[in-house]
Design a protein around this ligand. Structure first.
Ligand SMILES: NC(=O)c1ccc[n+]([C@@H]2O[C@H](COP(=O)([O-])OP(=O)(O)OC[C@H]3O[C@@H](n4cnc5c(N)ncnc54)[C@H](OP(=O)(O)O)[C@@H]3O)[C@@H](O)[C@H]2O)c1
Length: 305
C-alpha cells in the first residue's frame, strides 16, 4: 500500500516521503480500515509518540496521521461492535498513528460509525479538533453556561471547534488569532476578537476559562486574565505559569467513541461546522503539508477520492 513515512524528527514535515509499505494486520480488538480520508495535526511530528513506542523504543519509520474516515475491511481476534463494510471515523492511538496510508490497523474502540450523509473528508477532519475541544471544555475546563472563555487560535482547527462548542454551551467567547483571522473567528461564533499581532491581550479583562493552543508568552500572559476560581486549559504542553487562584490543566486528547458521536451529531444537524482549509491527495500530501502560503483550517488528505 501507499503510505507517508517519517524517519527524521529534525526534518519536520519536509522529511515526509511517500513509499510502499506492507498492509497492516488487525491485532486483538483491532479492525483494519481502508482509509478514504485522513487528517494530520500540525505539531504531530514533535510529539514523542510519533517516534517511539510506549517503552520509548524507536518505532521509525513511522506513518503519521491520527485521524481517519474509511470503511472496515477486516476484524481482529475478539473485535466486537463494528462490522466489515461499515463506514467509520476516529482517532488512532498516538503511539500507532498510521492514518496517512491506504490502510490502517486501529483499536475498534477508537472508532465510531460515520453516518452515510457525512463525507469521508468531513469525517476525517473532526476527531482531533472535536475531541480536543470537547475534552478541554467539558471534562477539564468544566465550562458552564454564562461563563466567559478566551479561545486562542480561534480560526484554527481546534480553536474553531472550541469556539462553536463553547458558544453552543452558553458561554461568552472571546477569540484570538492573527490579524487576518478576525472574520473567520467571528464567523465561528466568537463575540469579540483579539488580534494578537496588534491588540493588547491584557485589555480583555477577566475570564473564567482560557483555552490555550499557542503556549509560550501568549500562554503566560493569559494566565493573569483568569478570575479567581477559573481555569487555564492548555494543549500546548505543561504551562510555565499557573493562575494565582485557579487551576492550570494541560492534557493530551484521548480517543472516545461517545464523544465522536456527540461531535458528528452536531455536524449533521448544523450546530457545528468543520474547518477544512485544503483537500489534497495522498500523492500530493507531502507538498500539501509543506505549503508555500498560509492555510487556515485543516489540510485533509483524500486517500481514496
Ligand atoms: N495536546 C493535545 O491533545 C493536542 C491536540 C490537538 C492539537 N494540539 C496542538 O495544538 C496546536 C493547535 O492545533 P490546531 O490543529 O488547532 O492548529 P492550527 O489549525 O494551526 O490552529 C492554530 C491557530 O493559532 C494561530 N496561531 C498560532 N500561533 C499564533 C500566534 N503566536 N499569534 C497568533 N495566532 C497564532 C495559528 O495561526 P498560524 O497558522 O498563522 O500560525 C492558527 O490559526 C498545535 O500545536 C497542535 O500540535 C495538541
Amino acid at each position: 500500500m501507499k503510505a507517508i513515512v517519517v524517519t527524521d524528527q529534525a526534518a519536520g514535515t519536509a522529511g515526509m516521503t511517500l513509499v510502499e509499505r506492507p498492509e497492516p494486520q488487525a491485532a486483538l480488538n483491532d479492525v483494519v480500515v481502508q482509509v478514504h480520508a485522513s487528517g494530520f495535526t500540525p505539531g504531530e511530528l514533535t510529539w514523542p509518540s510519533t517516534w517511539t513506542d510506549r517503552l520509548g523504543r524507536d518505532r521509525t519509520p513511522s506513518i503519521p496521521g491520527q485521524e481517519l474516515a474509511g470503511v472496515v475491511t477486516a476484524r481482529g481476534y475478539g473485535t466486537t461492535g463494528l462490522s466489515v463494510g461499515q463506514r467509520v471515523f476516529g482517532l488512532a492511538d498516538g503511539h500507532r498513528g498510521g492514518t496517512l496510508a491506504e490502510y490502517v490497523a486501529i483499536e475498534a474502540r477508537n472508532l465510531a460509525p460515520l453516518p452515510a450523509d457525512v463525507d469521508f473528508t468531513v469525517g476525517a477532519s473532526l476527531p482531533m479538533p472535536g475531541l480536543t475541544a470537547w475534552q478541554g471544555l467539558f471534562e477539564h475546563g468544566r465550562l458552564q453556561a454564562g461563563q466567559s472563555i478566551l479561545v486562542h487560535g480561534a480560526a484554527g482547527g481546534v480553536g474553531s471547534m472550541v469556539t462553536q462548542l463553547a458558544r453552543e454551551a452558553g458561554a461568552y467567547v472571546i477569540g484570538t488569532g492573527r490579524t487576518a483571522d478576525r472574520q473567520t473567528a467571528l464567523g465561528f461564533g466568537a463575540r469579540e476578537f483579539v488580534d494578537l499581532e496588534n491588540d493588547v491581550l491584557e485589555e480583555v479583562g477577566g475570564v473564567d476559562l482560557v483555552f490555550d493552543v499557542i503556549g509560550g508568552d501568549i500562554g503566560k500572559r493569559s494566565t493573569g486574565l483568569i478570575r479567581a476560581g477559573g481555569t487555564l486549559v492548555t494543549i500546548a504542553g505543561p504551562p510555565e505559569v499557573r493562575p494565582a487562584d485557579g487551576l492550570a490543566i494541560d492534557f493530551v486528547v484521548v480517543p472516545d467513541r461517545a464523544q465522536l458521536g456527540e461531535v458528528v451529531r452536531r455536524v449533521r444537524d448544523g450546530r457545528l461546522r468543520t474547518n477544512i482549509g485544503k483537500v489534497s491527495t495522498l500523492d500530493d500530501a507531502v507538498a500539501a503539508f509543506n505549503p508555500t502560503q498560509r492555510i487556515t483550517g485543516k489540510t485533509i488528505i483524500s486517500v481514496r477520492p
